[in-house]
Write a protein that binds this ligand. Structure first.
Ligand code: 0GY
Length: 292
């Protein structure tokens, strides 16, 4: 029996910092509504419904103009809820899908036309079976010619085994949630060093979100800041940030999304870094065809 999901924050605060025009939440999800977009039978958790209208309203409140919807395991490879929100966004949303290895070229093209620019692979114990590595190789070979990237989501203890595989793949790779390192182990821990080693390869990008996931100290999650800030300072052109709304599988300390925005004042040391993180970098990865 799955434990009941914690609902997302009912009334996030208005952030104290003002985000630059074009700011992008590069990691968020839309869930259901389940009556219209049912969850996958093989899911390991059932989230609360988190429909597009609520996410559009949240972004308006936070001062976020664009977003990247990331397909989550609870919807499996049925990307319909995500595509529905992208279609309603007038070009302000893009998507990262999940697909099976036998996806056809026509389906990939249709996903591209629907705003998808990447595929996600999970290697996270609480989300069920790891992505099959043969499937990962087959899918990445198919999507590379489309100019898509792979988003990889892994538990930190998988990094040592996964690193050589990821390095062998022929495309840009985006790592979720700072590699899910344990913030209490400090920035000199082996997993974070391995993440930095991977980032030395220019095909790798990293999302400096998930402070609430890697924190062990709890709100306001300041123990996660040294990791995020170090990544932003070292790799200013290959970092992305997102809210991770509606925060699936957060079981205590549900974050206030406005407070997560305010953490950016500590994560990005000045306006130039903030602009790259929130505007330039997501534009390059997700809206390149609109900027030439
Ligand atoms: C996240 C993190 C989680 C869930 C998923 O695919 C998913 O279901 O990504 C998690 O449980 O930590 O990025 O939303």
């Amino acid at each position: 029996m799955q434990p009941a999901a914690l609902p997302f924050h009912p009334s996030p605060k208005a952030p104290e910092i003002r985000l630059p025009a074009g700011a992008c939440d590069a990691h968020c999800h839309v869930f259901g509504p389940s009556a219209r977009f049912p969850f996958a039978p093989q899911r390991t958790y059932t989230p609360v419904d988190a429909p597009k209208e609520t996410l559009f309203a949240l972004h308006a409140k936070l001062g976020i103009d664009r977003c990247v919807l990331v397909q989550a395991s609870c919807h499996g490879t049925d990307n319909a809820a995500m595509l529905d929100m992208i279609a309603a966004s007038e070009g302000r949303c893009r998507g990262v899908a999940m697909v099976t290895a036998d996806v056809s070229d026509a389906e990939l093209q249709s996903l591209h036309d629907g705003g998808v620019r990447g595929v996600r692979f999970n290697f996270v114990t609480h989300l069920g079976e790891d992505a099959d590595l043969d499937a990962v190789r087959a899918i990445t070979a198919r999507i590379a010619p489309l100019g898509w990237h792979a988003v990889v989501h892994f538990d930190a203890d998988r990094l040592e085994t996964l690193a050589p595989v990821l390095k062998s793949l022929p495309l840009t790779m985006v790592i979720d949630h700072m590699g899910r390192v344990d913030a209490s182990l400090g920035v000199d821990q082996p997993a974070f060093r391995m993440l930095l080693d991977l980032m030395a390869d220019e095909r790798f990008w990293v999302k400096v979100c998930g402070s609430e996931r890697i924190s062990r100290a709890g709100p306001p999650f300041h123990d996660a800041v040294p990791f995020a800030r170090s990544l932003v300072e070292r790799f200013p052109e290959r970092v992305l940030w997102g809210t991770d709304w509606p925060h699936p599988n957060i079981r205590k300390n549900m974050p206030d999304d406005g407070a997560l925005v305010d953490l950016l004042a500590l994560i990005a040391p000045d306006e130039a870094h903030l602009h790259r993180l929130l505007v330039d970098n997501p534009t390059r990865l997700y809206w390149s065809e609109t900027t030439g």
